[in-house]
Design a protein around this ligand. Sequence first.
Ligand SMILES: Cc1cc2nc3c(=O)[nH]c(=O)nc-3n(C[C@H](O)[C@H](O)[C@H](O)COP(=O)(O)OP(=O)(O)OC[C@H]3O[C@@H](n4cnc5c(N)ncnc54)[C@H](O)[C@@H]3O)c2cc1C
Ligand SMILES: *[C@@H]1O[C@H](CO)[C@@H](O)[C@H](O)[C@H]1NC(C)=O
Ligand SMILES: *[C@@H]1O[C@H](CO)[C@@H](O)[C@H](O)[C@H]1NC(C)=O
Length: 487
Amino acid sequence: MASLRNLLWTIGVASVAVASSDDKLKSCLQYALTDSGRVAFSGDFLYQSTAVNAYNLNIPITPAAVTFPTSSQQVSAIVKCAADNGYHVQPKSGGHSYGNYGLGGVDGAVVVDLKNLNQFSMDSTNWEATIGSGTLLGDVTQRLHDAGGRAMSHGTCPQVGSGGHFTIGGLGPTSRQFGAALDHILEVEVVLANSSIVRASDTQNQDIFWAIKGAASGFGIVTEYKVRTEPEPGTAVKYEYSLKVGTTEQRASLFKQWQAYVSDPDLTWKMASTLTLAEDSLIITGTFFGTEEEYKALDIGSQFPGTNGSAIVFEDWLGLVADWAEEAFLELGGGVPAHFYSKSNSWTAKNLMSEATIDKLFEYIDSTDQGTLIWFLLFDFQGGYTSTIASDATAYAHRDVLIWLQLYTINLLGPVSETQIDFLEGVNKIVTNYEVPFAAYPGYVDPLMPNGAEAYWGSNLPRLRQIKEEIDPDNVFRNPQSPTPAE
Ligand SMILES: Cc1cc2nc3c(=O)[nH]c(=O)nc-3n(C[C@H](O)[C@H](O)[C@H](O)COP(=O)(O)OP(=O)(O)OC[C@H]3O[C@@H](n4cnc5c(N)ncnc54)[C@H](O)[C@@H]3O)c2cc1C
Ligand SMILES: *[C@@H]1O[C@H](CO)[C@@H](O)[C@H](O)[C@H]1NC(C)=O
Ligand SMILES: *[C@@H]1O[C@H](CO)[C@@H](O)[C@H](O)[C@H]1NC(C)=O
């Protein structure tokens, strides 16, 4: 582990000295983008601040070039320039990868920034929407609303891009009801490694479609989605039960109560819930998609004794979505680049933490140097609709996860310290059940994890590597943890 860390951090430092890009690549890209669009090259004046804009400052990165195409044809021409000249390619949508994978994840990629591909249309005969893959989630919400009061599942950070989010999972407050964002996808237009532009769905290019739904970054550049939409949820109640400070035992006991509550298989799919542990607080927040009367009848407060409870009723969808975006964690990290490190972990209904493990977790948190005051452990309740789909139906494999854990540490002053990383790793070691294969969320990339692809795609990895061998044997589309071609 130590050597991997050094590797990652050294790559970042070394990147400052990268030489300017190959001349052939330059003239090819300039030609491809003559009519419209833009390209910037490593070595250009203000390259980092006007073209690269890395999100995770802890991983400094210098792509060979950043391109801003305006059409699928230009995306195709860019992929051809890169592949012909031996460069690897990554598309960037919202740029919110924890590992800066939209910039390639390591130096020297040709980046395809999709921000100009933000077309939108709604077919009001079947409520299927067409969405450009450069569209950010905040705009997805607004446009679906404007086009007839429609909605789809996705996460709560408005600055995340649909390009990296719909293709990796896309979990949010409505995904217990409607599925993950990728479960909404009916068809995509995608640019492949040989630069052909194809459409993929359940009836054409099925293997590509399967891989795109969970692992797209290694398989092609989605330029456009066609998605099913749902009517916006009506009335909803946003609740919060919090415990300030509290003793180690109080917090452990509250956690046990929350875990018991969300692991009731009869709990309605209309209930979303997240338990957040942070410095000096334990907060249970969530949204119930129903009326105030229905909410009161559930009597959640009695499940979480000793907490301060509150609830707000929302009648309008946009107001609710805006409120989600104001959660403390997103306020700190949502829109602005920062130095941070993150990991993930998970439980199914069959391997939940025992009471003894929960006690150990809280003792560890309270007796360990966290290296910062800004750390979060977010336990997200999943299950519901997403668990009704077979694990091999899409590349996204972790259908049986009931609770996702996201571990997050931030340093506002500079690079994340070893102490901060050690703290998160210590938590992960305590809570992981080594009898089942380790499952990490592919959307919360952890560049320090040695077996990333296994942890992200689990039992679907062999088939992914087979498809990779067929459609991208030279590994043109790659980041440090994407599936490699089968041997
Ligand atoms: C503040 C914050 C909050 C988050 N909240 C949630 C949440 O609530 N739920 C959740 O599920 N996740 C959440 N995430 C994780 C998020 O879904 C992933 O980081 C996602 O991959 C980011 O997508 P992006 O387009 O913004 O990032 P990018 O860095 O642009 O892309 C991420 C990866 O996807 C690839 N990619 C981008 N566009 C395309 C495309 N068109 N075709 C093929 N591959 C593409 C990139 O090459 C890269 O490998 C959150 C992340 C952050 C930073
Ligand atoms: C509830 O809120 C009050 C007032 O803000 C605070 O003093 C108290 O510590 C809180 N109690 C809990 C359990 O968090
Ligand atoms: C490009 O690759 C796809 C997928 O392997 C293949 O179906 C198609 O025929 C290829 N196109 C060309 C022009 O080689």
